[in-house]
Design a protein around this ligand. Sequence first.
Ligand SMILES: C[S@@+](CC[C@H](N)C(=O)[O-])C[C@H]1O[C@@H](n2cnc3c(N)ncnc32)[C@H](O)[C@@H]1O
Length: 237
Amino acid sequence: MAGVGVLFDEAAEDYDRARRQLVPGFDGFYGAVLEAMPFGVEEEIRVLDLGAGTGLLGAMIAEKFPRSRVTLVDISVEMLRVARRRLADKNGRFGFYVMDYARKPLPDGYDAVVSALSIHHLTDGDKREVFEKTHDALLPGGYFINADQVAGATPQEDARYRQWWLERVRAAGVGERDLGAALQRMRADKNATLKAQLGWMEETGFESVACNYNDHCFAVYNGRKARRGFSPERMDG
Ligand SMILES: C[S@@+](CC[C@H](N)C(=O)[O-])C[C@H]1O[C@@H](n2cnc3c(N)ncnc32)[C@H](O)[C@@H]1O
């Protein structure tokens, strides 16, 4: 089967068309990422978006935080080409980098690292490594927010999730071509359970790890990198 980069290169031009149909609860799901970013709207935050694709989430962040700067990273040059087009009117606030974030070091100095529907393409070992690299990429007190697909806790639950998803996307009127393309891409999915991912976040050293959105196979969870240690000198006597 083709690599993830090739799959998304082929999907890029049509990718945005059926997003709302293919992601049941679209507004709540992406909205939960924005809700988990506890910054003032006028703050000049720096945000790194892993697997940014066509810039869907980057555009939402730029709109809510008009002084933010967003770095978009993706393995697919064609997805980023669409993102560049989408964000052209807000030029100067975005950086675009074609790279495999599972294999290359991440840039650092970010107030927030976000990701949507991307990390589930990695093996569990690579997911954990990306969590560690993400922790390193954040400034002390910074946030990691991942909106992603999750596996059911058992094969039966997983099958229920898939059935639920198929019913929802059909009810939303998705076209057969878009559904077929999505099913083809989903063959590359490596979903892990929400419980496992929250555990890996904590093992990595993130604080206040929590899930703030979960609807069947869609979840948004987040954690904060500790602020620098406060170690006052003890006064004896
Ligand atoms: C389903 S799309 C999501 C795009 C966007 N975040 C959104 O919410 O619409 C997944 C994206 O992750 C990218 N991706 C998957 N694995 C990657 C990796 N290891 N490095 C960089 N990008 C990756 C794909 O190329 C694709 O653009």
